[in-house]
Design a protein around this ligand. Structure first.
Ligand SMILES: NC(=O)c1ccc[n+]([C@@H]2O[C@H](COP(=O)([O-])OP(=O)(O)OC[C@H]3O[C@@H](n4cnc5c(N)ncnc54)[C@H](OP(=O)(O)O)[C@@H]3O)[C@@H](O)[C@H]2O)c1
Length: 362
């Protein structure tokens, strides 16, 4: 007990055994990089193939044998609007199962500290902007990703319930839109920034007639959908260019405002939050913190930044027949900034870093 209260005051120490669930994902990998840079030498990982987190018996056995001090739960079924719309059952089932298994089995094995990664989509569709932690469960959710959001809300509430009943130190972070090294560039299910970076990159290659480079890009980052082929003038079999006026076509009007955070800043925020005392999260305070930049930018401005970064001087066309989504989505970051964290990378510097990674050898 005396030892436990000493540990409670030192919420995070480099000697701890930290299990990062989802370490091969964009966020998990960034958290590992951050922990390693900060001298943490006992980081425990399992690939999805080694440990399927939807299998309770396997998760129980893992925690029984590994003597974990701190869990970072960054494993999840994640995707853009298209994937959320197409696989709603998978999104709610996988995420609920992962959370229930990891949170419950961590507690059962005596783990007192856990950081759960949620998402800004937990907030109501019509929440006032910027969205504060107190806005959770004050209105209806955006229907397209409701199953995913419900699962994430369940994760927050599980952490709160275990804290209340068992005195654990479980807390959560709600990131805004993230981007950076390790992002998903598959054009069927990627988020705004990776989709734009790749579209502009392909258009620049097409403008320079670099068909061979386009084929290498396709081999690495996945098939190029028919509408993007048509826009950049690439033949259906990727063998040649069929016109010389490549364009980038983007969904909607370009006017919605979005917030973007580089994943290395997110990882720094996670480590910062892991080190906070549990008093910060004691009721009635929310058990979670928003993580964002506190600034938003229009989709059109984002596109201009990326076009300039990639070096594409051709046309960008906005297709107003495609949906815009909500006009504005911005997190209030007052709480986390008052607790001593703030992002370091500007959007320009962060985008340049993401593009460097995109171009780096596989
Ligand atoms: N990316 C964003 O913009 C963003 C924004 C807000 C919140 N977040 C949150 O941040 C967290 C991490 O997101 P991310 O972008 O890093 O996602 P990601 O790149 O897709 O990584 C998720 C990881 O979870 C693993 N995983 C999925 N199902 C699993 C299972 N059943 N058992 C074991 N491992 C499993 C995946 O492994 P496999 O690939 O092998 O399946 C992958 O390594 C998520 O909770 C997400 O909601 C992300």
């Amino acid at each position: 007990m005396a030892e436990e209260s000493v540990k409670e005051t030192a919420m995070l120490a480099p000697t701890m055994r930290i299990y990062v669930a989802g370490h091969r994902g964009m966020v998990g990998a960034a958290i590992i990089r951050r922990l390693e840079r900060s001298g943490f030498a006992h980081i425990v990982t399992r690939t999805h193939a080694e440990l399927d987190l939807i299998c309770q018996a396997d998760v129980r056995e893992f925690f029984r044998t590994e003597a974990i001090d701190y869990v970072v739960l960054a494993a999840a079924r994640v995707g853009g609007i298209h994937a959320n719309n197409t696989y709603p059952a998978e999104f709610i089932h996988t995420n609920l199962m992962i959370e229930a298994n990891v949170i419950h089995e961590a507690w059962r094995a005596g783990v007192r500290r856990l950081l759960f990664l949620g998402s800004s989509c937990i907030y109501p569709k019509f929440a006032p902007q910027p969205m504060r932690e107190e806005d959770l469960l004050t209105g209806i959710l955006e229907p397209t990703n409701e199953p995913y959001a419900i699962a994430k809300i369940a994760g927050i509430k599980m952490c709160e319930a275990y804290n209340r009943q068992y005195g654990t130190c479980f807390r959560s972070v709600m990131p805004t839109n993230l981007y950076g090294p390790g992002d998903n560039y598959h054009l069927d299910n990627s988020h705004v920034i990776p989709a734009m970076l790749r579209k502009y990159h392909l258009a620049r290659l097409a403008a320079a007639g670099e068909v061979e480079a386009i084929r290498r890009d396709e081999a690495r980052y996945g098939a190029i959908p028919a509408d993007i082929r048509a826009a950049i003038g690439l033949a259906p079999d990727s063998s040649r260019l069929v016109h010389d006026r490549p364009q980038v076509v983007l969904w909607g009007s370009g006017t919605p405002r979005r917030e973007f955070l580089h994943v290395d800043d997110m990882a720094a925020a996670c480590v910062h939050v892991m080190g906070l005392g549990q008093d910060v999260f004691a009721p009635p305070a929310p058990s979670f913190l928003n993580v964002g930049t506190g600034h938003d930018i229009t989709i059109r401005e984002t596109a201009d930044l990326i076009a300039a970064l990639v070096g594409f001087g051709g046309d960008t066309v906005f297709n107003p027949e495609q949906p815009d989504g909500t006009p504005r989505k911005l997190l209030s970051t007052d709480r986390i900034t008052a607790l001593g964290w703030q992002p370091r990378l500007s959007l320009q510097a962060g985008l340049a870093d993401a593009y460097r990674w995109y171009l780096s050898p596989a």
